[in-house]
Design a protein around this ligand. Structure first.
Ligand SMILES: [Zn+2]
Length: 129
């Protein structure tokens, strides 16, 4: 790992709101060997995610974030994080099943996540976004 990699990791580590299991995070970082562009993307994503990580229980470990390429995850703003209604859930489950699973790029990590992505997409469309 070059010295520039160390600087990139330090930036990630300082930005990340859950600084635990640093050795594992460093291993994941070395396996990833992020380019300078990717370091920028990751650090910006951590900054963007921080608002939705107001509950520490939902912050992935840094190594999990890196290994799962979680910087690709959709950012859910506070305003969007309104509970999904029963009707929305039923409609989303139908869409999910009839599509034979997740059709998103990047793919959702779970059916629950996929339903959230579907419902938030509908809400944005309804707001004309
Ligand atoms: Zn999905």
């Amino acid at each position: 790992m070059s010295s520039s990699g160390d600087i990139g990791f330090d930036r990630f580590w300082v930005a990340y709101p859950r600084r635990q299991a640093k050795r594992e995070a460093w291993k994941a970082w070395c396996a990833l060997k992020p380019s300078p562009d990717l370091v920028e993307t990751i650090v910006r994503s951590v900054d963007a995610h921080r608002a939705q990580w107001d509950d520490p229980r939902f912050i992935p470990l840094p190594a999990t974030f890196l290994r799962g390429e979680r910087w690709l995850d959709e950012i859910v703003t506070y305003a969007e994080r309104v509970a999904i209604t029963r009707e929305e859930r039923e409609r989303a489950v139908q869409v999910y099943r009839s599509a034979g699973g997740c059709r998103h790029q990047p793919a959702c990590h779970s059916m629950a996540e996929c339903i959230g992505v579907l419902v938030r997409g509908w809400r944005r469309a309804e707001r004309g976004e």
